[in-house]
Design a protein around this ligand. Structure first.
Ligand code: IVH
Length: 695
C-alpha cells in the first residue's frame, strides 16, 4: 500500500491542499449523489475524506465553515466493517394485553418452580424507538461500538458514536466502583423528536437529499441513517442521544439485580431512562405501564411500549433464552393510537406503475402527538368494505410509523349509493381498468400518463429494452423534469441545441448520446415490444408474439381488432405461452386512444425490424439455464434475451431439469443447490464465452 504523502508544512501549502480536496470532494459528491454516476471507488473516496480530515487536524485554524467534513447528506454506509458480537444481541418477545403480561409472569414462576407467595420483582422502562448499539469499554476506555446487525454480527460504528450525546469516551472512575476491565454497555441510539424536526427542516432548506428522499420519514430512520455513516463527520453534524438498557460481556458484573446493574452503569457515566422503576407486583407493573403511556406524547423521544425485565440476575441466567429472545424480558407494546375525524375527500393517487390508490383526506386530527391529515384506503374493495363517502365521520388508527388507516366508519349507511371509483385516470384521462381477479385498478395509458412517464421511459431505454447507451435513469429523470421528454417518441426528437446547455463542455457527451439514439432507429422488435411496458408483456412473451405475428405492427393490428372480434382474440390466445390475461392487457393497451396516439407517433420515428428467428446453435440450445447472483456486465433481462436467442429456456429456479447455472457475484442458495445436484455452474465470464462461441 502506498504511504500517505507528507502533510503540508506551511499554512500556504495547507490552504492550497484543502481547497483542492474541497473541490475534488464536491465534484465526487455531485457525481455520486446528483448524477448517480460515481467516478471513483468508495475506497478512493474514503481516502480523500481521510486526507482532508488529516490536513484539517494538523491545521485546525484553517478549517473553513464550508469544509467538506462539515457537510450533511452523504449516503448511508453500505460498507461498514462487520464485527462479531462477544455476546449475541437479542430481540424481545412482544405482548399486547395485560393478560399476556400476566402469562409471562406465570411462565417464569413455572420455569423457576417458584412458590406461590415468592415475590417476583421486575424492572419496567420505556421501549425506545431507536437502534440498539453495544459499547465495549476495555480498561475504562471506549474501544468499539457495534450496531445490532443480525444479532450475531454488527456494524462497526466506533468513530461515529463518539459524536453521540450520552456516550462517554471513557467510564467514570469513582471510589466506590472500579470499572470492570471488560464492560459492554448496551442501549438505544435515538434522535429526539425536536432534533428530528430541526434536521428535516435543515435538509429541506439546503435541498440536501438523504438517499433518494428529501427528508427522513421518522426519528428512528433519521437515527439509523445518521449513525450508519462511513463518514463520522456526518454523524457529528446530527444530534443523536443514547440511553443504556443492559450489559453485554463483562469481566465482572457489579450488581445482583438488573435495577442495581443499571444504577452502576449510571455511576460509570452512562445515562439510563429516568422512567425505569423496580416493581414488585403485576398490578404495580401494569400501573407503571399506564403511567408511561400517559406521558408518551410529552416525552422528548418516540417510544412504542414498555420493557419488563426480571430483576434478579441469577434468575435471568437460569431463564436463558428461546430462539432470539430472552425468557426473562418482555416488550409490552402500546396499542395503535386512534382518533375520530371527518373524511373530507377521497383523492386518487397514480403510482409509478399505474396503480390507482385512493387516499383519504381528513380533517386534521392529533393522534398520539402527530397531526394526521391523510390515511390510505388501499383500493376499491377497502372503500366498499368501510362503506365510506366524503363527509363521513371515521375512526383512524396510527401504529408506529405505518401510514394511518381508517378502521371504522361511524356514519355507515348502506342505503346510500357507494362512492364511485373513477373510471378514468386522474392524471392522464386514460381508461382505468381492473383486471380479472385483481384488486387494483390501473391506468391503461402507459405511454402517456405523466405519473408513469419517468418509469416507462427508463424502461424503454434500459438495457433489456432498447438499450440506449448514455440514456440512464438519472438522465431521464432530469429530461422529464425539464420537459424534454413526454413519450418515447420524444427521445428521437432530442436535439443538440437542447442538450448542449445541459453540461459544461457537453459537446462530446451530446454527440455521443444523439449517436446512441440514432443507432436505435431500427430496433430489434422483441426489445421494442418489451420496451413499451405493456402489462404482462415481458421479453419472453414479446418474443412469442413476434414469432407468431412477425412484426410489431401486426401485433398492434390484431390486438386492436380483438377488442370486439372474438376470432382475433382467439388468434392471440393461441400463441404459445399466452393466456387471457396477457391478451386482455394487449387489447386494453391498444384500445386506449392516448396510447394509440403515442404509438403512431413513435412509429413515425422508428422502424422496428421484422422478427427473424435466429437459429444460432450453441451448447445451450434446447437446454434449461438459470441465472443467479449479480451479473456485472449484463442486466438480467439482457442475459435472458441472450440465452433465448441461443435457443435455451430460462428458468428462475434450480431443479432436476436445470442444465446450466450461471452464477454472478453473491450467488447464494441456488448455487449451492446446483452444485449439490451436480448441475454445471459457470460464472459470468464463462457465460460470455458460451455466447461468444455461438458467434
Ligand atoms: S432490552 C435482551 N430495553 O428493542 C433484550 N430493549 O425489540 C435486549 N429496545 O433490540 C433488549 N428500548 O433495540 C431493551 N428499554 C429497552 C429497550 C430496548 C428499546 C429495543 C432494542 C431491542 C429491541 C427489541
Amino acid at each position: 500500500m502506498a504511504t500517505d504523502p507528507a502533510l503540508p508544512q506551511t499554512d500556504e501549502e495547507a490552504v492550497a491542499e484543502l481547497a483542492r480536496l474541497s473541490a475534488e470532494l464536491a465534484h465526487h459528491n455531485r457525481a455520486y449523489h446528483t448524477d448517480d454516476a460515481p467516478e471513483i471507488s468508495d475506497a478512493a473516496y474514503d481516502a480523500l475524506v481521510r486526507r482532508n480530515l488529516a490536513v484539517e487536524a494538523a491545521f485546525p485554524h484553517l478549517v473553513r465553515g464550508d469544509s467538506p467534513s462539515a457537510q450533511v447528506g452523504a449516503a448511508p454506509a453500505t460498507h461498514l466493517a462487520k464485527v462479531a458480537h462477544a455476546r449475541p444481541m437479542l430481540s424481545l418477545d412482544n405482548a399486547f394485553s395485560d393478560e399476556e403480561v400476566a402469562e409471562f409472569v406465570q411462565r417464569i414462576r413455572r420455569f423457576l418452580s417458584l412458590a406461590k407467595d415468592e415475590p417476583i420483582s421486575l424492572t419496567a422502562e420505556p421501549k425506545i424507538d431507536g437502534l440498539s448499539c453495544s459499547l465495549r469499554f476495555e480498561k475504562g476506555l471506549l474501544v468499539r461500538a457495534l450496531t445490532r446487525g443480525d444479532g450475531t454480527t454488527g456494524e462497526d460504528v466506533t468513530e461515529n458514536v463518539r459524536h453521540v450525546a450520552g456516550i462517554p469516551r471513557h467510564l467514570t472512575i469513582t471510589p466506590n466502583l472500579t470499572p470492570p476491565d471488560i464492560f459492554e454497555v448496551r442501549g438505544e441510539v435515538f434522535m429526539k423528536k425536536s432534533d428530528f424536526a430541526d434536521l428535516n427542516r435543515e435538509l429541506a432548506a439546503n435541498g440536501t437529499r438523504v438517499g433518494r428522499a428529501k427528508q427522513f420519514a421518522n426519528p428512528r430512520n433519521a437515527a439509523a441513517g445518521s449513525l450508519r455513516q462511513k463518514d463520522s463527520s456526518v454523524t457529528a453534524s446530527r444530534s443523536l442521544s443514547f440511553l443504556a438498557h443492559g450489559v453485554g460481556e463483562a469481566s465482572y458484573v457489579p450488581a445482583d439485580t438488573q435495577f442495581e446493574l443499571m444504577q452502576a452503569v449510571e455511576v460509570l457515566g452512562l445515562q439510563v431512562s429516568n422512567l425505569m422503576a423496580r416493581l414488585n407486583s403485576l398490578n404495580d407493573v401494569l400501573d407503571h405501564y399506564r403511567a408511561i403511556e400517559a406521558e408518551r406524547a410529552d416525552l422528548p423521544f418516540d417510544i412504542d411500549g414498555v420493557v419488563y425485565k426480571i430483576d434478579r440476575l441469577d434468575w435471568q441466567a437460569r431463564l436463558g433464552f428461546v430462539g432470539r429472545a430472552p425468557r426473562w424480558a418482555l416488550a409490552h407494546k402500546f396499542p395503535a393510537e386512534r382518533a375520530q375525524t371527518t373524511l373530507n375527500a377521497i383523492d386518487i393517487q397514480v403510482g409509478r406503475t399505474g396503480k390507482l390508490t385512493p387516499v383519504a383526506r381528513l380533517e386534521p386530527v392529533t393522534v398520539g402527538g402527530v397531526v394526521v391529515t391523510n390515511a390510505t384506503l388501499h383500493n376499491a374493495d377497502e372503500i366498499a368494505r368501510l362503506g365510506v363517502r366524503p363527509g363521513d365521520r371515521v375512526v383512524i388508527q396510527r401504529a408506529g410509523d405505518v401510514i394511518p388507516q381508517i378502521v371504522e366508519n361511524l356514519s355507515r349507511d348502506d342505503t346510500r349509493a357507494p362512492w364511485g371509483f373513477p373510471t378514468h385516470c386522474p392524471e392522464c384521462g386514460s381508461d382505468a381498468v381492473r383486471e380479472e381477479g385483481e384488486v387494483d385498478i390501473r391506468c391503461s395509458g402507459g405511454l402517456v400518463c405523466p405519473a408513469q412517464r419517468t418509469e416507462r421511459l427508463k424502461h424503454f431505454a434500459s438495457r433489456g429494452a432498447l438499450d440506449i447507451e448514455g440514456l440512464g435513469a438519472q438522465q431521464i429523470e432530469d429530461f422529464v423534469t425539464d420537459g424534454l421528454l413526454h413519450t418515447p417518441a420524444d427521445i428521437f426528437r432530442l436535439t443538440q441545441a437542447q442538450l448542449l446547455p445541459r453540461k459544461k463542455d457537453g459537446k462530446v457527451w451530446a454527440a455521443n448520446l444523439l449517436r446512441a439514439i440514432e443507432a436505435k432507429r431500427a430496433p430489434d422488435p422483441v426489445r421494442f415490444l418489451f420496451g413499451l411496458g405493456i402489462r404482462h408483456v415481458g421479453s419472453i412473451t414479446a418474443r412469442e408474439l413476434l414469432k407468431a405475428f412477425g412484426t410489431v405492427q401486426a401485433i398492434a393490428e390484431v390486438a386492436t381488432r380483438a377488442h370486439d372480434d372474438e376470432a382475433a382474440r382467439a388468434e392471440i390466445e393461441a400463441v404459445e405461452g399466452i393466456g387471457p390475461i396477457v391478451t386482455q392487457a394487449l387489447i386494453a393497451f391498444f384500445a386506449e386512444p392516448h396510447n394509440r396516439e403515442a404509438w403512431d407517433d413513435l412509429l413515425s420515428e422508428v422502424a422496428p425490424e421484422p422478427f427473424v428467428q435466429v437459429q444460432r446453435t450453441s451448447q445451450v440450445s434446447g437446454k434449461t439455464v438459470v441465472f443467479t447472483g449479480t451479473l456485472e456486465t449484463l442486466s438480467r433481462d439482457e442475459a435472458k434475451a441472450q440465452a433465448e436467442a441461443l435457443g435455451a429456456r430460462v428458468s428462475g429456479s434450480v431443479s432436476a431439469k436445470t442444465d446450466l447455472l450461471v452464477a454472478g457475484t453473491a450467488a447464494g442458495s441456488k448455487r449451492k443447490k446446483a452444485e449439490e445436484a451436480g448441475v454445471r455452474v459457470v460464472d459470468e465470464a464463462g457465460w460470455l464465452a458460451i455466447v461468444a462461441a455461438a458467434g
